[in-house]
Write a protein that binds this ligand. Structure first.
Ligand code: DC
Length: 218
């Protein structure tokens, strides 16, 4: 396999993107870039600075001044590890809101393209195959039944010791899917040349295997 390969994994929340992307990056010796975490960091900064998620100028200023850096799968904002703080239900909602703003998308897409320059990355998100890296040759779009995606998120929260309610997690996921798919800029949708994998009834190793088979001749 080509060590400069860029692998794109898009899909909705709970489709298995992060687990699969991290595993692939580890197994293939590639860098792992979680673009959702970048939007989450912008949401966290907005929350901390009391910037409204519709305030484009305030968001622009945040994007211009924060320094985001991946160290392995962890994300640092201005030198502080925010990997845990960005994974709360509030940040789920706020990140979806800020990610629809033109100022934020413009800044993050530029940063994502610079990060992927030279290849050797697994980049996961919503619009990587359609907008950020349309020329990438290895594009995958993961999907799964919303109930199964909700169950996965519910289990993650319970494992972290948080209280959660399965039906409200499923409702939240459906609401976020709707937000992410119906927005004007970079809506969540598969690229025309993406391989679509429905992970509802597949195990993690089965999905990884399927992707590895597809990229073996690139
Ligand atoms: O993948 P995630 O759940 O951590 O993403 C958080 C939010 O960021 C999600 O609601 C949509 C948005 N997002 C986006 O608009 N574009 C991306 N490339 C990645 C995430």
């Amino acid at each position: 396999m080509n060590k400069n390969l860029t692998i794109v994994i898009d899909g909705p929340a709970g489709s298995g993107k992060s687990t699969i992307s991290k595993l692939l990056a580890d197994q293939l010796g590639l860098a792992y870039i979680d673009t959702g975490a970048m939007y989450r960091a912008v949401a966290l900064a907005a929350h901390e600075r009391s910037v409204d998620p519709t305030d484009d100028r305030g968001l622009e200023e945040i994007c211009r001044t924060i320094r985001l850096e991946f160290r392995g799968a962890r994300l640092f904002m201005d030198g502080r590890d925010v990997s845990g703080e960005i994974r709360t239900p509030l940040m789920d909602t706020l990140s979806s809101a800020v990610s629809a703003r033109p100022s934020v998308r413009h800044a993050m897409i530029g940063l994502q393209r610079r990060t992927a320059e030279g290849g050797g990355v697994v980049m996961e998100g919503r619009d990587i195959g359609t907008v950020v890296l349309p020329d990438a040759r290895a594009k995958f779009f993961l999907t799964a039944d919303p109930r199964v995606r909700g169950q996965r998120r519910y289990r993650e929260r319970v494992q972290r010791g948080e209280s959660a309610n399965l039906s409200s997690v499923v409702t939240e996921i459906e609401k976020r899917d709707k937000n992410d798919s119906e927005r004007e800029l970079s809506p969540l949708k598969p690229a025309e040349d993406a391989v679509i994998i429905d992970t509802t009834d597949l195990s993690i190793p089965q999905v990884v295997e399927e992707i590895r088979k597809k990229i073996s001749n690139i």
